[in-house]
Design a protein around this ligand. Structure first.
Ligand code: FVH
Length: 282
């Protein structure tokens, strides 16, 4: 017997599996459900219980955590289980927009479900390490408070407020910064060339980006006296000229286009081309 809250995880992709693993390791009776049931096997071997249906999974725990591909999937799976979810706490850690979160919160309220939306700021291997992973939450404060300790097993738990869309807003804003940085990193590595890229990244690029986190923490608006904009404009022009001179592809400088092209290359081209055209013409 344990006094740890039973938890259900819906969705055993890379992230759902990491969440379930962290909860099992923290001693929570853990029920799992996934569309492809074979993904539950390693978790069952570690002590989880596999439910055959979403409704069975929801019925097993007072706290139900959804971590699925997108909100269409969440809606399709949870809609038919609304009666079972009624009276339980639902934490939705599926990536989405603030409007998705507000819509889900309104739906949940209509069915007597306490709803918390969330944004996971970590990759799966970091889950369970509060020093490396944090998860943003917004929505029902009562539900968050009931499960603060349990959610802490996943990573640092940060409650942003009762406006359900806040966690999604902060999540997307942070991801936007990450994609911008990742594109800049790719450009930097291309500038120094393949032969130098590995040592350059370890010895200079990573420490440099870590050092730059300090000024970022001081906020975007306001004082630029340490780094005047006029000086920065010349620096930016030098980056362009320097990259051109070294033969670095100019396309890598369009930092926001780069991850979008990756997404197109990954086969999601039906979602992005109009957006790419729009930015390219700007
Ligand atoms: N992995 C990461 O690095 C990021 C970190 C930040 C947070 N994200 C978000 O977490 C959500 C889940 O991501 P994931 O990494 O687990 O994604 P996948 O490995 O692709 O797993 C997707 C799960 O969704 C299930 N699923 C997909 N379509 C359906 C459907 N039509 N009906 C039922 N389930 C469906 C899928 O099931 P299966 O393919 O295994 O049968 C997986 O359980 C996501 O919002 C990230 O943005 C992760």
């Amino acid at each position: 017997m344990t006094d740890k809250t039973p938890v259900t995880i819906l969705g055993l992709g890379a992230m759902g599996t990491a969440l379930a693993t962290a909860l099992i390791e923290a001693g929570h009776p853990t029920t799992v459900w996934n569309r492809s049931p074979e993904k539950a096997r390693p978790l069952v071997e570690r002590g989880a219980t596999r439910a055959a249906t979403v409704a069975d999974a929801a019925a097993a725990s007072p706290l139900v955590i959804a971590c699925l591909l997108d909100h269409e999937v969440v809606d399709a799976l949870l809609g038919p289980a609304a009666d079972v979810l009624s009276g339980r706490d639902l934490v939705n850690l599926t990536n989405g927009t603030p409007e998705h979160a507000r819509t889900a919160a309104a739906w949940a309220a209509g069915h007597g479900i306490a709803y918390v939306d969330g944004g996971i700021m970590a990759t799966p291997p970091l889950i369970g390490d509060p020093a490396a992973a944090f998860v943003l939450y917004s929505g029902s404060r009562a539900a968050f408070d009931r499960h603060r300790e349990t959610l802490g097993a996943l990573g640092g738990a940060r409650f942003l407020g009762e406006e359900p869309g806040l966690a999604a807003l902060y999540d997307l804003a942070l991801l936007s910064a990450m994609y911008g940085m990742a594109s800049g990193v790719r450009h930097a590595q291309a500038m120094v060339g393949d032969e130098r890229a590995e040592a350059f990244s370890a010895e200079y690029l990573a420490p440099w980006l870590q050092a730059m986190a300090g000024p970022i923490a001081m906020g975007a608006a306001g004082d630029d006296s340490d780094s005047p904009l006029g000086m920065q404009a010349i620096g930016l022009a030098n980056i362009v000229e320097g990259a051109r001179g070294e033969g670095t592809p100019m396309s890598l400088l369009t930092h926001m286009l780069t991850p979008m092209r990756d997404i197109v290359a990954a086969g999601y081209d039906d979602l992005l081309p109009p957006l790419i055209d729009e930015i390219a013409q700007a």
